[in-house]
Design a protein around this ligand. Structure first.
Ligand SMILES: NC(=O)c1ccc[n+]([C@@H]2O[C@H](COP(=O)([O-])OP(=O)(O)OC[C@H]3O[C@@H](n4cnc5c(N)ncnc54)[C@H](O)[C@@H]3O)[C@@H](O)[C@H]2O)c1
Length: 446
């Protein structure tokens, strides 16, 4: 049934009239450019296409292992949790709730869904579309509430599993309140390393701009810290980055309102960083002008602050530098080859290992081998890591696993592996039907 629902819903979302409706609805509540909002609709549609036909059935593929005697065999099953909850943030009003909701349903659960109330109209409309495509109305409960009310509901209803996507603060609170019966997709302080091989400067500057500033930096995968190898100092990468950032404008929402930080709080953060010795403002650092964005939201120009590497790793600065600012903001630093171990130490100390990019086509730089201690991939743990010249931190489509690593509570989104991991548990049924051998006698007690 869910294969059929997915096929119909994928078809509906492929109709220009419908995809345009959802794109514009997303834009109304989560300010981003048309292209970025459309990206959500597109990924959602492709995800639904992936689970048409028998693909939902195949998600629950089981296996059997021969037993010790005739009639015995063990079967491993992916088993649903039953009553589950899904909590999702404001920044992806369609993609995150649809992908997680359908994953929960595909694996046979009964979910209650709570989307951030600022943006939940998008999912309300999408549920109507899904009902129209055959989703039985009793299969999903949809609640609109604030966080406090949802917290109470979870504690009273006691779902067997809750999937939380949002800030680390709420994630940790819920992990305690729900006694660990939770999977998390929480904050990202995502980094990118430009390796020693300098090439394709324009392309790499463009990807950096998109990663840091698209959706005004309000993606959990947004580039927050950029490490640039000293070989790039001969290039005009920074000035290109500045030019690209300055192209962004409020009129088309290529930069726009920040929903969870005010202008003052972001500028105060910039000023605190500028007190660190050797740091400097590369560009931005000013409020947006000529707008009517209410002051409870933030509105700043795309901003980059340079902080020297040796200052970043100092105890007193580290926490400040690695604070997630959910807005158009990034830290930039540089490093020499001999300083790679310091870079790796800075990455290791981060608490949220979500996305990362290692921009290099030098395989020895990318890979770690046990006798080379300072290479990147083998020394880091981020769940979604892009490696190679075209590496990015954002843009993970439905065909890439997206989620943190290194935390047993870490969830994933999008792929069959993510769905099976998050929305089902392993159950083994050992069939042992006999026959009991004809000559069997009661053995001595053991
Ligand atoms: N890892 C990921 O996949 C991912 C994806 C998107 C966003 N994020 C993170 O989300 C954050 C931004 O989103 P946000 O500001 O909406 O996050 P948030 O934590 O404030 O809210 C997330 C959701 O939790 C609800 N909530 C808040 N308090 C709650 C409580 N006590 N009990 C139950 N529910 C509660 C909110 O109403 C909302 O629906 C950033 O930190 C970002 O990195 C992570």
């Amino acid at each position: 049934m869910y294969g059929d629902i997915s096929a119909k819903a994928a078809h509906m979302l492929s109709l220009p009239k419908v995809s345009d409706f959802f794109t514009r609805l997303i834009q109304r509540v989560s300010p981003k450019s048309y292209q970025q909002a459309y990206g959500e609709v597109y990924v959602t549609q492709k995800f639904l296409e992936n689970f048409c036909g028998d693909q939902v059935r195949f998600l629950a593929r089981s296996f059997a292992v021969p037993g010790n005697h005739l009639g015995q065999q063990s079967h491993g099953f992916r088993w649903p949790y039953g009553p589950v909850a899904i909590i999702t943030p404001f920044n992806f009003p369609l993609e995150i709730p649809v992908l997680q909701l359908m994953g929960a349903l595909y694996m046979g659960n009964k979910p209650v869904l709570k989307v951030d109330s600022k943006v939940s109209i998008v999912m309300e409309q999408m549920l109507r579309l899904l009902h129209n495509c055959g989703l039985p109305v009793e299969d999903v409960d949809f609640i609109n509430s604030d966080g406090k009310t949802m917290n109470k509901l979870l504690q009273e209803a006691n779902p067997r599993m809750t999937l939380f996507t949002g800030s680390s603060r709420v994630a940790e609170k819920l992990a305690g309140d729900l006694k660990g019966k939770i999977k998390l997709e929480d904050a990202g302080f995502d980094w990118k390393i430009l390796g020693p091989d300098v090439q394709q400067e324009d392309y790499i500057a463009w990807v950096c701009d998109q990663d840091a500033y698209a959706c005004s930096g309000q993606k959990c995968s947004a580039q927050s810290l950029l490490f640039i190898h000293e070989n790039w100092s001969q290039t005009s990468l920074i000035s290109k980055l500045k030019d690209l950032a300055e192209r962004r404008k409020l009129e088309d929402l290529t930069v726009g309102p920040v929903l969870t930080f005010t202008t003052d709080s972001m500028l105060e953060h910039v000023n605190k960083l500028l007190e660190i010795p050797g740091s400097k403002l590369l560009f931005g650092g000013q409020p947006l002008k000529d707008h009517s964005i209410p002051s409870i939201y933030g509105a700043i120009k795309p901003t980059a602050v340079y902080v020297p590497l040796e200052e970043i790793v100092k105890g007193k600065n580290y926490e400040l530098v690695t604070k997630e600012i959910f807005g158009p903001f990034q830290i930039v630093t540089d490093y020499k080859s001999s300083q790679l171990p310091i870079v790796l130490d800075a990455l290791e100390r981060m608490h949220a290992h979500l996305t990362a990019a290692v921009v290099s086509n030098d395989p020895l730089f990318l890979q770690a081998r046990f006798y080379v201690t300072n290479q990147v991939i083998g020394n880091t743990v981020n769940g979604t890591t892009y490696a190679g010249l075209r590496a990015r931190t954002t843009g993970a489509p439905q065909n890439h696993w997206f989620g943190p690593a290194g935390d047993p509570r870490g969830a994933g989104i999008g792929t069959p592996e993510a769905i099976k991991l998050v929305w089902s548990c392993h159950r083994e049924i050992i069939y042992d039907v006999g026959p009991v051998p004809n000559n069997w006698e009661i053995p001595p007690s053991t």
